[in-house]
Ligand binder design. Structure first.
Ligand code: UDP
Length: 334
């Protein structure tokens, strides 16, 4: 019997392309549905015939219906969301429109196409300012910005869709995704870039003079914010496990994905200096509004129920793989 077919909306993006690679390597047939074309780094996989691309918008119901009719997927993974917290505060309409309205369009098309298994990319942002760390899934949710609220609302929508229409889902609450595939072929590139690891690496790449440290007066070991950095390859593995669990009949659920260890902004910069072999200039800047002092996951539940274990779980591996990808990009631009 042939393996199930999985549609990955937003599969051309940073986390999506790593998930697509992991699925194709396990011989699933994957349909990438994205506004952007399949990234060059995945093209070699297309030769095997298991990877198909549809370049279209989630708002385009006719294109969605046509893709679902053509490929008849058994499950969907949705990563097609906007991710910049600051932008979501300035332009919430954009976020509610894409992350909620387009997401509903997708859910309704999936139901009409008979797809009842759905993996959703949620976020630690649903917790807002946490009361304690590490954070388990039963920690109260109270998002503090429109981005976090879109993830929180959508998790609720998914529970209602299960109760009413039998669409089973797994929401994966990512902590700080970073790093890149070991091949160096796919990696993180946002425009504009707002994430710490790529911004830090832009300094030795000569793309910026320094990196700003947003706040040095937090109640943490060195005064800078603590985050739980999780390698994108480990995130991808969790998505494969989540989709397999749903296809095996698992009920709707939600899981944190993190390493369970916090690193400060200064520790990230120090690790990057070690990897690149040179100083990285920093500038002390004011706190970024809405940043909690510390976000660290308890991922015990994913370990127990999905059998997931982060394997690339040191800051050094995360930064080394990110650096390898960035250097290769630099070579291409030269
Ligand atoms: N950060 C920083 N300088 C930057 C970008 C980020 O000091 O130029 C800090 C930010 O305040 C947070 C951490 O780095 O504490 C991770 O931020 P990022 O935007 O990568 O992810 P987030 O935690 O917002 O999901």
């Amino acid at each position: 019997m042939s393996k199930p077919r999985i549609i990955v909306t937003g599969g051309a993006g940073y986390i999506g392309s790593h998930i697509v690679k992991a699925l194709v390597e396990k011989e699933y047939c994957v349909i990438v549905y994205d506004r952007k074309p399949i990234p060059g780094g995945l093209r070699a996989l297309q030769a095997g015939g298991l990877l198909h691309g549809i370049q279209a918008d989630l708002a385009d119901r006719a294109a969605l219906d046509a893709a679902l009719r053509k490929f008849e997927p058994n499950a969907a993974i949705n990563l097609a969301g906007y991710i910049a917290v600051g932008e979501s505060v300035r332009d919430p309409g954009k976020y509610y429109d894409n992350n909620i309205a387009n997401g509903l369009n997708l859910l309704d098309a999936l139901l009409a196409g008979g797809v009842k298994c759905f993996v959703f990319s949620s976020s630690a942002a649903v917790y807002g300012m946490p009361r304690e760390v590490p954070i388990a899934e039963d920690h109260p949710t109270a998002p503090i910005n429109p981005y976090g609220r879109t993830k929180w609302f959508f998790e609720h929508i998914l529970r209602d869709y299960d109760a009413a229409y039998g669409l089973r889902s797994i929401s994966l609450r990512y902590f700080n995704a970073a790093g890149a595939d070991h091949s160096g072929e796919i990696g993180e590139a946002h425009d504009p870039e707002t994430h710490l690891v790529p911004l830090v690496l832009q300094v030795p790449m000569g793309l910026r003079d320094s990196v700003a440290i947003f706040g040095s007066d937090y109640p943490t070991r060195d005064g800078t914010c603590v985050r739980d950095y999780i390698h994108v390859t480990d995130l991808a593995d969790a998505h494969v496990r989540a989709v397999e669990a749903l296809l095996d009949g698992s009920p709707t659920d939600v899981f944190n994905l993190g390493n369970g260890e916090g690193c400060t902004v200064r520790e990230v910069i120090a690790a990057a200096e070690e990897v690149v072999g040179g100083n990285i200039k920093t500038l002390d800047a004011p706190r970024r509004p809405g940043d909690p002092a510390a976000l660290v996951a308890s991922s015990e539940k994913a370990m127990q129920k999905l059998g997931w274990r982060p394997k690339h779980n040191t800051l050094k591996i995360i930064i080394q793989t990110a650096w390898q990808w960035h250097k290769r990009q630099m070579g291409k631009d030269a």
